[in-house]
Design a protein around this ligand. Structure first.
Ligand code: NDP
Length: 246
């Protein structure tokens, strides 16, 4: 894979889980990486320190995805601090599962703000600033394509929106050589979906491989899409789901 030397990436929700793996992988590939978090300052700083140890510029910034002002401010701050912006990875997300009748209005607002409105606003703020040949990757979910169990109405609604955003932006930004894609993880071992959680065995059974994936599996797909090798891939949905969708 061609290296990302000289590129600047912004990864939302980079303090842990998939986002931390993506932030570290992009730094390994040569990029300077800013990462956002909401409450996990220590873990975010630890990821930034690892990026610095790799010889890249790393920056952990608190930015609440549900706050439009903070979203706009952090994109501007990253572009200013690093002098450019090449890659946006919309990763931060939340999940609330359960029967539709149990979804409180606050749940609905929270999930839509973080999983739908924030990726839209991040892309909006980044679109003017992204360099020619820039990249936007949003982390969707295998649930956006195939809902294999009940209780996912709110989460699936939010994740399906990442597909529309991706395809529409691919059309809009394509003339500037900017690609826009969505990666759909299956069960990935993180705080959100631990491989020893109550539903882990059930989830394993929904995959073809019968196992959980790791954040690094998703990071590898993101690294490909943002690399020079990915330059002709746009508007695509890439499943990294152990065969969940098969
Ligand atoms: P985790 O819960 O492990 O990590 C979530 C990350 O997002 C943390 O860095 C967290 O920051 C950040 N974050 C959450 N809410 C906000 C917010 N309001 N503002 C700013 N940052 C926020 O999640 P995963 O790594 O498992 O998931 C990452 C993405 O992948 C999500 O979009 C998720 O929906 C998606 N996904 C995950 C799957 C899985 O099986 N794990 C499967 C399919 C999709 P902080 O540490 O500060 O809280």
């Amino acid at each position: 894979t061609a290296r990302l030397d000289g590129k600047v990436a912004l990864v939302t929700g980079g303090s842990r889980g998939i986002g931390a793996a993506v932030a570290l992988r992009l730094a390994e590939d040569g990029a300077d990486v800013a990462l956002t978090y909401q409450g996990g300052a220590e873990r975010a700083e630890a990821v930034a320190a690892k990026i610095t140890a790799l010889g890249r510029r790393g920056w952990a910034v608190r930015a609440e995805s549900a706050d439009p002002q903070e979203v706009q401010a952090v994109v501007a701050a990253v572009a200013e601090r690093f002098g450019r912006l090449d890659i946006l990875v919309n990763n931060a997300g939340v999940g609330v599962l359960g029967p539709i009748g149990e979804m409180a209005l606050e749940d609905v607002d929270r999930v839509l703000e973080v999983n739908v409105r924030a990726p839209f606003l991040f892309a909006q703020a980044a679109s003017d600033r992204l360099a020619e040949g820039g990249r936007i990757v949003t982390i969707g979910s295998c649930i956006a394509r195939r809902v294999a169990f009940p209780g996912a109405s709110l989460y699936a609604t939010s994740k399906a929106a990442t597909i529309g955003l991706t395809k529409a932006l691919a059309r809009e930004l394509g003339p500037r050589g900017i690609t826009v894609n969505v990666v759909h993880p299956g069960p990935i071992d993180t705080d959100m979906n631990p491989a020893d959680g109550d539903s882990a065995e059930f989830q394993r059974g929904l995959t073809a491989l019968g196992t959980y994936g790791a954040g690094t599996d998703v990071a590898g797909a993101v690294a490909y899409l943002v690399s020079a090798d990915g330059r002709y891939v746009s508007g695509a949905e890439l499943a990294v789901d152990g065969g969940f969708a098969a």
